[in-house]
Design a protein around this ligand. Structure first.
Ligand SMILES: [Zn+2]
Ligand SMILES: [Zn+2]
Length: 237
């Protein structure tokens, strides 16, 4: 789950209060009449707002998504929807309070529910993407393993492209990256290690990405599998 969405807040941009000398003047400064006018204008533009949001959603599917950017883009769409309605009212000498009041009114009347719905859709999309990534990682790992012809070598879980070989000193090293794992007197075989890794992939059910690293604690080296999303950590070897 993309955690950033939870902490989302609207950052209000500083903007110049514009003043105009015609239109909406029939409403004078009567708050309820102004709100009625805002409702009229909001209704007329709601379709365009839907369309913009829909376009953004479609774009999201066609390119690599950056959720933070998506949130900003969404905020901009809603922001310009409200801003343009208020500014097009062309009210003379609009005070900051009046301006804010109208923006809040539009937020409540049109934007709030749509904003919530858009967030829900974005969250769903991000979750789905992570899930797909996770499945792709699993598949890539299995494929790599199947491709490994050599009985005594397995795919390096760290770089996912080199092969691990065991030396006569019982030290594993990778043909591609700098991974080195000293097994000491541990009689474990390469296929045991492969089974352990496969079982970890099997049991890991969250949508996060399983990562591996070699840690050295108290002079003993271990291969650790961990996930930054669910926080699970397990010693593989
Ligand atoms: Zn490697
Ligand atoms: Zn996880």
């Amino acid at each position: 789950m993309f955690q950033g969405l939870k902490d989302y807040t609207v950052v209000r941009k500083k903007r110049k209060i514009r003043s105009y000398d015609h239109a909406a003047r029939n409403c004078g400064r009567d708050r309820s009449r102004l709100q009625e006018e805002l409702l009229n204008r909001g209704r007329k533009r709601r379709e365009a707002l839907h369309e913009r949001l829909k376009q953004n959603r479609m774009q999201r599917h066609n390119q690599h998504t950056n959720p933070t950017k998506e949130v900003e883009k969404m905020a901009d769409v809603f922001d310009s929807f409200k801003t343009s309605i208020v500014e097009d009212m062309e009210i003379q000498n609009l005070t900051k309070d009046e301006y804010e009041d109208m923006m809040v009114f539009l937020e409540e009347a049109f934007v709030k529910d749509m904003r919530r719905e858009e967030f829900r859709l974005l969250q769903e999309f991000v979750d789905r993407e992570e899930e797909q990534q996770n499945q792709a990682d699993c598949a890539a790992w299995e494929l790599e393993c199947n491709l490994q012809q050599h009985q005594d070598s397995i795919t390096c879980p760290l770089c996912m492209s080199g092969a691990w070989f065991l030396s006569s000193q019982n030290v594993i090293s990778c043909t591609n990256c700098s991974a080195k794992l000293n097994l000491g007197n541990d009689p474990i075989s390469m296929s045991n290690i492969q089974d352990h890794i496969a079982s970890l992939y099997d049991r890991h059910q969250c949508t996060g990405k399983l990562e591996f690293e070699i840690r050295c604690d108290f002079g003993v080296q271990n291969l650790i599998g961990f996930c930054r999303t669910c926080g699970n950590m397990e010693v593989v070897v």
